[in-house]
Design a protein around this ligand. Structure first.
Ligand code: S3P
Length: 449
């Protein structure tokens, strides 16, 4: 049975309805980006890596499985506590099974980079959503470094076979779009190359790979490039040593209870340990511009990743314009921001959302459809999303999730404050990133049926 058949079997309808004030304290699960990276770098390091707070969602569990298939020892030692014994840079073994990444673009693309620097052949595959997503953007630079890919799908789509390079070449690569996945794939392949691999990005994307590579002992220098860009230079063939990684709570998951607390009247919710890396906080900036009450306290850091406690209180929101330059720092948060925009007074314009079209679903279309079916006026104008907020949302619609966890959770958040309940056609994919979303939201007072 493939992953997609499995998820379809579990397809479950759910409705969210107008709830009393949300209140209490919660910790959302570990950050997905950092969890993938901790497993991958642990597998490429010598010695033991101990991870606490790992996200035990399907996406990350698929990466753990892939690391095992590539020769690393990966064990769960307690709740969210994992240990990895790595094989060293360029030390991956020939996998005996295809690597199936399920729904996860991040796991798949980062591991492609790591495999590209090893003299092995691996088959990459995923579910129906991942099979539709573009892989050429990753394969192009990896082929420049000496890897070879043969894909059966059009445009380099999965399933594909990747032959890693015997003698990988260091390259200087300008990413065509601001994508941490492209940047990370090149850097992970560059670990195995002699000399310096350089990635230049016109707009800075999340820098967790750079921070964690440094934490594991690599020499990596990141400088500003132009106004918003970065020039990142990695010295190849380092000895990575196993490290301790504490995974902070995922700001992209926190986004759901944050917006829920803002729109459900009378709410007062506290979320602990939320990662506040500035390349991930575009949503908080935007919500504050809209009038949101979000207080940060208990600020601290681990392995270069800052985190804080967030206290969120229900707030009257107003429409704003979100500049395209902010998109990389909140790329996964637009569906739930669009929900907040529906409850705001006035128009919200979100600019430069072309990358949303190649996420787990065409998120631009799926987000607009989610709003419209619930009575909110939403328009797509080239790559901008324009939402007419009227201070309340009618609801009553059934939202198509299109195998996309963030559409499912956004729709359920909307239903907690809309006049009529909001349904989603399939909650199965929520388990890819936030397995306890429903019970955690219920513990804060959310009503689902
Ligand atoms: C991620 C990067 C982003 C984001 C994804 C996680 C990462 O994708 O959407 O959920 O961990 O590097 P892109 O790099 O393709 O924008």
């Amino acid at each position: 049975m493939t992953h997609s058949d499995h998820a379809a079997d579990l397809a479950t309808l759910l409705q969210a309805r107008s709830s009393g004030p949300l209140s209490g304290k919660a910790r959302v699960p570990g950050d997905k980006s950092i969890s993938h990276r901790a497993l991958i770098l642990g597998a490429l390091a010598v010695g033991e890596t101990r991870i606490s707070g790992l996200l035990e969602g399907e996406d990350v569990l698929n990466t753990a499985k892939a690391m095992r298939a590539l020769g690393a020892r990966v064990e769960r030692s307690g709740d969210f506590a994992w240990s990895v014994r790595g094989v060293g840079v360029a030390g991956f073994a020939q996998p005996q099974v295809p690597l199936d990444f399920g729904n996860s673009g991040t796991g798949c693309r980062l591991v492609m980079g790591a495999v590209a620097g090893c003299p092995i052949t691996a088959i990459f595959d995923g579910d129906a959503s991942l099979r539709r997503r573009p892989m050429r953007r990753i394969l192009d630079p990896l082929e420049l470094m000496g890897a070879k890919a043969s894909a059966s799908g059009e445009g380099g789509r999965l399933p594909l076979t990747l032959n890693g390079a015997r003698d990988p070449l260091p390259i200087l690569y300008r990413t065509p779009v601001a994508s941490a996945q492209i940047k990370s794939a090149v850097l992970l392949a560059g670990l195995a190359a002699p000399g310096v691999t350089t990635v230049i990005e016109a707009e800075a994307s999340r820098d967790h790979t750079e921070l964690m590579l440094r934490h594991f002992g690599a020499r990596i220098v990141s400088k500003m490039e132009g106004t918003n860009g970065r020039n990142i230079a990695l010295t190849g063939q380092p000895e990575l040593h196993g490290a301790e990684v504490v995974v902070p709570a995922d700001p992209s998951s926190a986004a759901f209870p944050v917006v829920a607390a803002l729109i459900v009247e009378g709410s007062d919710v506290t979320l602990s340990d939320v990662m506040t890396n500035p390349l991930r906080t575009g949503l908080l900036t935007t919500l504050r511009e809209m009038g949101a009450s979000i207080e940060e306290s208990h600020v601290r850091g681990d392995a270069g990743e800052p985190m804080a406690q967030l206290r969120v209180r229900a707030s009257k929101l107003r429409g704003v314009e979100v500049p395209a330059a902010r998109a990389p720092s909140m790329i996964d948060e637009y569906p739930v921001l669009a929900v907040a925009a529906g409850f705001a007074e006035g128009t919200t314009i979100m600019r430069g959302l072309q990358e949303l079209r190649v996420k787990e679903s065409d998120r631009l279309e799926a987000t607009a459809a989610m709003l419209r079916v619930n009575g909110v006026r939403a328009e797509i104008s080239s790559n901008d999303l324009i939402v007419e907020g009227r201070g309340h949302v009618e609801g009553g619609g059934l939202v198509a999730t299109h195998m996309d966890h963030r559409i499912a959770m956004s729709a359920l958040v909307m239903g907690l404050a809309s006049d009529k309940p909001v349904g989603v056609d399939d909650t199965a994919f929520i388990a890819t990133s936030f397995p306890d979303f429903i019970p955690m939201m219920r513990s804060l007072g959310a009503e689902f049926a």
